[in-house]
Design a protein around this ligand. Structure first.
Ligand code: DX5
Ligand code: ZN
Length: 228
């Protein structure tokens, strides 16, 4: 899979109706989402439990979209090969979960996948700069991880700008993803700071006209990104 610096929409199925997940996946594809964002929560790293390897393995059969796996778990290294086997295309883990993420990034690459690191709102993004030469993506959380449907934290925008400016100047291949509270109201703010991949859960799945919302999200994002 090639990730370019296009503005991409990654649909977080945390907000999907799990009773008809196959239909929800096709809704993502039909509406033009670029990736499926798969939020894994262990009830330890974050105060919530979601889903894991068997669910990823099942949904992989029903979607052609790349699987963008966001591990909100305490020991990500232990589970990398299981998520790779189940169909992950990108694995992002949290900076706060490990004291030395270098080995984890290398292992994700050995498994043939793209690697990302995420930072929670209270974690400085500076901490991960020494790993940028190895990384494919930085994920700036714009909510406290753990739940969908929260409000976008505009005070994370300095972090987005900081990561995007390093990407622009030194690491042109690096994607800057934002996750949490992305909607028609907030997407252009994140894009104008330099984010280029937008995770959207409730904005996509609570929409009555998903096609219109996804195309508007992309339009607003591209417009703000190119004008910055
Ligand atoms: C939160 C998750 C998000 C969440 C986003 O911990 O990482 O991916 O599903 O949901 P919305 O878009 O509703 O904020
Ligand atoms: Zn997420």
């Amino acid at each position: 899979m090639v990730i370019t610096m296009q503005n991409l929409i990654s649909a977080s199925i945390l907000s999907a109706d799990f009773g008809c997940l196959r239909d929800e996946l096709s809704r993502c594809e039909v509406s033009g989402c670029d990736m499926i964002h798969f939020d894994v929560m262990d009830g330890h790293f974050v105060p919530n439990i979601s889903y894991g390897v068997p669910v990823l393995k099942s949904i992989k059969k029903y979607s052609r979209l790349p699987m963008d796996v966001h591990l909100m778990i305490s020991e990500p290294y232990k589970y990398l090969s299981a998520f790779a086997d189940a169909g992950a295309d990108i694995i992002t883990f949290h900076a706060e979960a490990l004291s030395d993420p270098g080995e984890t990034i290398d292992r994700i690459h050995e498994l043939g996948l793209k690697a990302g690191i995420s930072v929670k709102p209270n974690t400085s993004v500076d901490w991960i700069y020494k790993y940028l030469n190895k990384l494919d993506m930085v994920l700036i959380m714009t909510v406290e991880p753990g739940f969908g449907g929260q409000s976008y934290m505009a005070d994370m925008e300095e972090k987005i700008k900081s990561a995007a400016s390093i990407a622009d100047n030194e690491y042109k291949h690096l994607d800057i993803q934002v996750d949490g509270g992305i909607s028609l109201k907030t997407v252009s703010h994140a894009a104008s700071c330099g984010a280029n991949i937008f995770v959207a859960g409730s904005a996509v799945f609570n929409a009555s006209d998903t096609n219109a919302v996804v195309s508007e999200l992309r339009h607003l994002a591209s417009d703000a990104y190119t004008k910055r």
